[in-house]
Write a protein that binds this ligand. Structure first.
Ligand code: ZN
Length: 278
């Protein structure tokens, strides 16, 4: 519990700041420009940057090395957090639906539950997705589907791999992964320590606001393909928003560095309406 709290403390502070600053900001027309009124409709799309994106491991770790890295990072997660079978069958059942409907269905996804009173979800390279017992209690199936499909979206878009690529540890990590024999072999001891520190500092689990928007976009579209009611993403945000107002200590990185809830709700409404038009 202490670890988890420290893990996301920074994120919580950012969240609080964002809420204060952007609470009134209008959501999905942030790209509009008065200078180009005739192009208004075109610029009104909050997800225009992501619609034609193609996702692959090109320029990043290979998928095989990504899977190896995921296994090593998961080991570090199990040292820091207490994993439980409580709610695991449900998280896996709903999560696999997201995985199959995602733009990266060939990867093997593993869903994990962390025992914690903090409401949180995060993902790591190689298909590992984590949700807390508090989140499982809070969310109905469509809402949990929203979180899981969002986290799968981070894995589809290789957000953590892109972060890693920019980090000073990248060369060491990449060459050490190449040295591992088999997928789950032992890693050089000092690299294990480095990965543990990465997990502890949230380097690979805290994303930029643009990455969060992209995961929301991929998530809501995946929800629809996976047979969830995408409205669950909106009601999930609303529940998180209420908790943020009442007891923000309970919120983990799920809300960290994310666009503010009002924007996320408006963007999600935009995308649901757009999906219905087609
Ligand atoms: Zn996210």
């Amino acid at each position: 519990m202490k670890n988890l709290t420290r893990y996301f403390l920074f994120a919580l502070i950012i969240t609080a700041l964002l809420f204060g600053t952007f609470a009134q900001s209008s959501a999905h027309n942030y790209k509009t420009s008065a200078a180009f009124p005739t192009l208004f409709a075109q610029y009104d799309d909050p997800y225009s940057d992501f619609r034609n994106a193609k996702y692959s491991n090109a320029g990043l770790l290979t998928e095989r090395d990504e899977i190896k890295l995921g296994i090593q990072l998961h080991r570090e997660v199990t040292k820091k957090f207490s994993l439980t079978d409580t709610g695991l069958a449900r998280a896996d059942r709903l999560g696999q639906r997201c995985a199959q409907a995602s733009l990266r269905p060939s990867l093997v996804y593993k869903f994990h539950v962390i025992q914690s009173r903090e409401i949180n979800g995060f993902s790591l390279p190689g298909g590992h997705v984590y949700v807390t017992t508090a989140l499982l209690r809070l969310a109905n199936d469509n809402e949990l589907g929203a979180v899981l499909c969002h986290e799968v979206g981070h894995i589809v878009a290789r957000h953590s791999l892109k972060t890693l690529k920019k980090s000073k540890e990248y060369d060491d990590v990449a060459s050490s992964l190449g040295d591992i024999t088999g997928v789950a072999g032992d890693l050089a001891r000092d690299l294990g320590v480095a990965l543990g520190q990465m997990v502890g500092a949230g380097l690979l689990t805290v994303h930029s606001r643009d990455e969060e928007r992209e995961a929301d976009f991929l998530g809501v579209r995946t929800m629809s393909g996976a047979g969830f009611d995408p409205q669950g993403m909106i009601t999930m945000f609303q529940k998180l928003q209420r908790i943020e107002e009442q007891d923000s200590d309970l919120l983990g990185s799920l809300f960290s560095d994310h666009p503010d809830a009002e924007e996320r709700i408006a963007n999600t409404r935009y995308e649901i309406a757009r999906m219905r038009r087609r």
